[in-house]
Every structure is written in C-alpha cells, then in structure tokens.
Design a protein around this ligand. Structure first.
Ligand SMILES: Cc1cc2nc3c(=O)[nH]c(=O)nc-3n(C[C@H](O)[C@H](O)[C@H](O)COP(=O)(O)O)c2cc1C
Length: 211
C-alpha cells in the first residue's frame, strides 16, 4: 500500500515538511510506503474553468502541463493521499488551492479517481487559522467521497521557524495519532475490499437552486 503526500509550502524543509514527516514516519512504521512531493515552490496554474477535463474525462488537465498530470497519475496509483499546507492568512496556501481545484475537478470528471481512497489534511501555523485551513482542504476530500481518518484533536501543528513544530508536543501527538488511524483505515479498506462490496457510484444530480 502507498500514500502520496503533497507539501504545498514554499519552504521544502519548513514546518509543513516536518508535519508531513511526522505522519509519514508513522505510516512507514506500519508498513505503508510513502512518497512526499514538494509542490509549494512550483508555478501551478489556477483552474481556468474551461471544463476541458469534463469533456475529455481522461484524468488529465488540458492546460499546458505544469506537473499536475504526473501528480494525478501518482494519486491514481496510490491508496491514500496526505495533504500538507502552511497557513496563509487563515487558509491554505495559494499553491494548495491551485493544485486542489484542478486535481479534484479532473479526478471527479474522470470517473471518481479519488473515490474511496483514504485522505487526510494537516496544517502548520504560527498562531491562528489552522482550523479553517484544514477545513478548507477537507472540503475537497469529502466532495470526492474519500475516507477520512481522524485524530484526537484537529490536524494542526504550531511553529514559526523551520522545524519549530517539533517542539509542539501536543501537535506532534495529534499527527502521530492521525498517522496510526490512517494506517489502520488503509488496512481495513484493503482487507475488506472483497468481503464488503463498495456502494455503486450514483449519477450526480446537478441543480443550481433555480431549477
Ligand atoms: C503569506 C503568509 C501568511 C501567513 N498567515 C498566517 C496566518 O494567517 N496565521 C498564522 O498563525 N501564521 C501565518 N503565517 C505563518 C505560517 O503559517 C507559519 O510560519 C508556518 O509554520 C509556515 O510553514 P512552512 O514553514 O511550511 O512554510 C503566514 C506566513 C506567510 C508566509
């Protein structure tokens, strides 16, 4: 089993990287392979709302490739997805938003590539805004019918200078518990896949509240 993690901080070795490593270390200890991809330093184009992916339905974004299509392929092959963002103005980073808008739309328009994979979000923050940042990322996971493991608090860890989050004793424990629960959920899903058939996807109703 494999989890692919995305670091959407501009700092490759900053607090978001530390937060993700706390979770991936636990996953690895539980026998789950992990790969972490740093997307925060890259020019990720925002979604243009062209609906090209809704027409092609081929798991690819039609914009000139900036790395997104390769990342989608990695997600397609993985069992779980771990998303790490720094808090920027009480929300997720711009890189994470650009990545998630396009990745989630492409995956949703291509037969539900995220459906029933295990997904979790973590945020690194100096002081305030961790909860709205995690909530914002979770909207993409729940929209996609992903399965979300929980921790014993919300998945936020505190620090300013790179690595300072390691001193947030409670935050470290929260992310370790998340890692344990994520590993367990991945194993349950894998174990039960044949024994307990998954619900069939439905044809999505699409109303705009006027008809
Ligand atoms: C543009 C920007 C906006 C930020 N906004 C907030 C904020 O709203 N609340 C907060 O507590 N910290 C804020 N911070 C601080 C970061 O969330 C914090 O330093 C975090 O640890 C950075 O993670 P990183 O090292 O992975 O980049 C902000 C930092 C930047 C660069």
């Amino acid at each position: 089993m494999k989890v692919v993690a995305f670091n959407a901080s501009p700092h490759p070795q900053g607090n978001t990287a530390h937060a993700l490593r706390i979770v991936t270390d636990v996953l690895e200890r539980n026998g789950i392979e992990t790969e972490t991809i740093h997307i925060g330093g890259q020019d990720i184009h925002p979604c243009m709302g062209c609906n090209g992916c809704a027409r092609s339905r081929d798991g690819r974004c039609v914009l000139p490739d900036d790395g997104l299509n390769g990342w989608i392929e990695k997600i397609r092959q993985a069992d779980g997805l771990l998303l790490g963002t720094p808090v920027h103005f009480s929300g997720m980073s711009g890189a994470m938003k650009c990545f998630l808008d396009r990745m989630t739309y492409v995956c949703g328009n291509s037969g539900g590539l995220l459906r029933h994979k295990v997904g979790a979000a973590v945020a690194a923050v100096r002081r305030s805004g961790g909860i709205p940042a995690v909530d914002g990322v979770n909207h993409y996971l729940t929209y996609s019918e992903m399965l979300l493991p929980a921790s014993n608090y919300w998945n936020v860890i505190h620090g300013l200078r790179p690595g300072e989050v390691e001193g947030d004793e409670e935050g470290v424990q929260i992310l370790q518990v998340l890692g344990e629960n994520m590993a367990w959920l991945l194993k349950l899903v894998d174990y039960g896949r044949d024994a307990v058939p998954a619900p069939q996807p439905v044809r999505k109703k699409f109303t705009n509240f006027i008809r």
